[in-house]
Design a protein around this ligand. Structure first.
Ligand code: ADP
Ligand code: ASP
Ligand code: MG
Length: 688
């Protein structure tokens, strides 16, 4: 025996019924069939309304008309007359508003189906579920019901197809009753269990039990296999696709329940069985609303224990991201399901947020990230990634920070443990770490660096790193080494705005110097020494601020910029004129500061002169193509007038001007400082 149950939308019209009949007829070729049907969609609701309405006549007419229209399309001639007469008789009873009026819908639909099957030549018997399914004190009397079903079937050994109404039953007191809203699924399960059916198929308007209600979240996916327990939990917590009590009878007899789509019969749908291949996997998210209190319980359902605290954290993140506040504690049930109490008006967005967190990420490609350097940038990087649960939906990727470390041996450890295609991030200030890059590339590991010292190395070494990356098909990105998150290197390497190539790059890229120079206004507020000391205290300068003043940082940036423009510059090719004389660079830091204080009047005088000329001084790194085609590089103080993009910069702003043989120069200006910006630049480099 095979039990096929069709829900309201599967029998909602003559066309839908024809599909049902096709499915039944195909199945009947293999085995005897019990066809269980719901009322046509909306019918049960309409009957309940009729039962309550003061003047239900027009509602009754409408419902009758719907049924007669179906009959009109399915039958012709004498059959049509008989079917219509039958239908009208039932509506005469409905017009008397009998008790349990909602029980009539299934009578109407199944009589139509039964008659049609008979017309098509199938040996069909309509059985009255009210006489077979017996309810005692609100509970189905299983023994009595199973016996009655089997007796009825035995009475018709010739029958190929039995057609039975779902939903309805009778109490032991003899009154008609129902199995509760959605109860036809339960009827079908009872018929299947009673007859020991080989198959129980529940045909509906969606392709199986899905990860969530597809009418609420369009990215819901069909769950191919699910255990009885998890299906039961989905159902009792609100997945309307299955009526929860329907699980038990089939489960007790070990009959698999298939949930299939009437409108896409080839779709394999969902199989609910005792075979549980996915312990520890999330199955779906549902919502159970309580109308009276306007609250809902959103449930995340797992297949067996799914991991307590980590899951709880993910739920927390998902809610936070969606701006949803739970009404109380998120509760874990049996170590498996999570129950989230929320207001009903946010239930839908909660379901969507939880679905996104637990069911949509599989579409994202996961990238393992190893972060060398646990300073400000490393921490900011971790903070950004944690805050979004690692998911960067627009890039279709998920970043998984495997480890973050400032240990010396970290690169070696990554070499031993990381999978190929992972990303190694260098946000250290190490001068040596680059020596590990070639082995990392050889192991198929990509590298993103914000550490200038890893790039401002001898040109041969730099070229060897690039070659190793290319040979191994790895990426090697370091945009944040110049201008932090500004798209400077990228613009140069992409040849943006460049025509035949770069002819001149001028850059104010040293944040520290910039900050001091632009803040200094001739001691009207603070002396040069005080400004520098403050910058040092804020961590804006190197430990010995003279490193910055000497232009070393700008030198590294200029090397990186030039090489990106295809000019194989070496340190020795760059002429650096520090902003202070040689005498400042001798002696201790204290000597240095006292010299600065002594010279303050000179600085004030210089500032006044510049003011008078309408000029400002900026510490500019320049790479310029000479007439002979070679490049000249220097870093020095330059005076700039009001027409220069360098004139109006303040604080830690960076400006890079890229001139080419074509048209106007490209000017890139923006914030050149900040750990969070650097971290976001690194993330962009990873996701790119
Ligand atoms: P039928 O009339 O066939 O019994 P129901 O309306 O009772 O159909 O159940 C099917 C509906 O259940 C679907 O149209 C869908 O909107 C809803 N539904 C809710 N949760 C889920 C889920 N997790 N998977 C599939 N459908 C769901
Ligand atoms: N027709 C009933 C209802 O709408 C039973 C069912 O469809 O399962 O609740
Ligand atoms: Mg249903």
């Amino acid at each position: 025996m095979i039990v096929l149950k069709f829900g309201g939308s599967s029998v909602a019209s003559a066309t839908a019924m024809s599909r049902v009949l096709d499915i039944v007829e195909k199945t009947a070729e293999r085995d005897r069939v019990i066809l269980v049907s719901s009322a046509i969609s909306g019918c049960t609701d309409a009957l309940i309304e009729i039962g309550r309405a003061e003047d239900p006549e027009h509602l009754i007419d409408q419902l009758e008309h719907r049924h007669l229209a179906i009959i009109g399309r399915l039958f012709t001639g004498k059959e049509r007359l008989e079917a219509s007469g039958d239908c009208r008789n039932t509506f005469s009873e409905i017009r008397c508003i009998p008790p349990v009026i909602e029980s009539f819908g299934e009578l109407l639909s199944t009589r139509i189906l039964s008659r049609k099957l008979s017309c098509e030549g199938y040996k069909t018997v309509w059985l009255d579920s009210r006489d077979l399914i017996s309810v005692r004190e609100g509970i189905v009397d299983i023994a009595k019901t199973y016996k009655a079903i089997n007796d009825a079937i035995e009475e018709h050994p010739e029958a190929k197809v039995f057609v039975v109404p779902g939903f309805i039953a009778r109490t032991d007191q003899g009154q008609v009753t129902t199995l509760g809203r959605g109860g036809s699924d339960y009827s079908a399960s009872l018929y299947a269990a009673a007859t020991g059916a080989a198959d129980l198929q529940i045909w509906t308007d969606v392709p199986g039990i899905m990860t969530t209600n597809p009418k609420l979240v369009s990215s819901a996916r069909t769950i191919p296999e699910i255990s009885y327990k998890a299906a039961f939990d989905m159902a009792r917590y609100g997945a309307k696709v299955l009526y929860a009590p329907a699980v038990a009878p089939a489960r007790e007899k070990g009959i698999a329940i298939k949930i299939l789509n009437t409108f896409d019969p080839q779709n394999p749908g969902t199989v609910i069985s005792g075979h549980n291949s996915a312990i520890g996997e999330w199955k779906g998210v549902t919502s159970l609303d309580d109308e009276a209190s306007q609250t809902s319980t959103v449930c995340l359902i797992g297949e067996g224990p799914v991991g307590g605290k980590a899951s709880l954290r993910r739920i927390g993140t998902a809610l936070r991201e969606a701006g949803i506040k739970a009404l109380g504690n998120v509760r874990c049930e049996d170590g498996v399901n999570f129950l989230i109490p929320v207001r009903t008006n946010v239930a839908r967005s909660t379901v969507a947020a939880i679905h996104r967190e637990f069911f949509e990420e599989r579409a994202l490609r996961t990238i393992d990230v190893y972060v060398a350097g646990n300073g400000a940038v490393g921490k900011a990087l971790k903070g950004i990634v944690d805050a979004c649960g690692g998911r960067f939906l627009s890039a279709g990727k998920r970043l998984n920070i495997k480890e973050i470390s400032s240990d010396h041996g970290f690169a070696d450890k990554v070499l031993r443990t990381a999978r190929s295609r992972s990303v190694f991030v260098d946000c250290t200030n190490s001068t040596e770490i680059w020596r590990k890059f070639i082995p990392l590339f050889n192991a198929g590991i990509n590298i993103v660096s914000s550490n200038r010292r890893s790039l401002a190395i001898p040109y041969v070494d730099y070229a060897a790193l690039k070659a190793a990356a290319a040979e191994n098909g790895c990426f090697f990105r370091y945009d944040t080494t110049v201008g932090n998150a500004l798209p400077i290197l990228q613009s140069i390497s992409d040849g943006a705005n460049c025509g035949d190539g770069v002819t001149l790059i001028e850059a104010v890229v040293s944040c520290t110097l910039n900050h001091i120079i632009t803040s200094y206004d001739g001691a009207r507020s603070e002396t040069f020494a005080t400004l520098l000391r403050k910058a040092q205290e804020e961590g804006l300068t190197e430990r010995d601020p003279r490193t910055d003043l000497g232009g070393r940082d700008a030198l590294r940036k200029l090397l990186i910029l030039s090489r990106e423009a295809g000019v194989p510059l070496e340190e020795k090719d760059v002429e650096i004129v520090p902003m202070l004389g040689k005498e400042y660079f001798r002696g201790s830091i204290d000597d240095f500061y006292s010299r600065l204080e002594k010279d303050e009047p000179k600085f004030i005088k210089r500032e006044d002169e510049l003011d008078a000329m309408g000029m400002r001084q900026r510490f500019v790194a320049t790479l310029q193509k000479k007439a002979d085609g070679r490049f000249k590089a220097d870093i020095r103080m330059k005076l700039v007038g009001i027409d220069s993009p360098f004139y109006w910069i303040s604080g830690t702003e960076n400006v890079t001007i890229i001139h080419s043989s074509e048209g106007y120069p490209l000017v890139i200006k923006g914030s050149g400082e900040g750990a969070r910006l650097a971290a976001s630049g690194i993330i962009r480099n990873i996701l790119q």
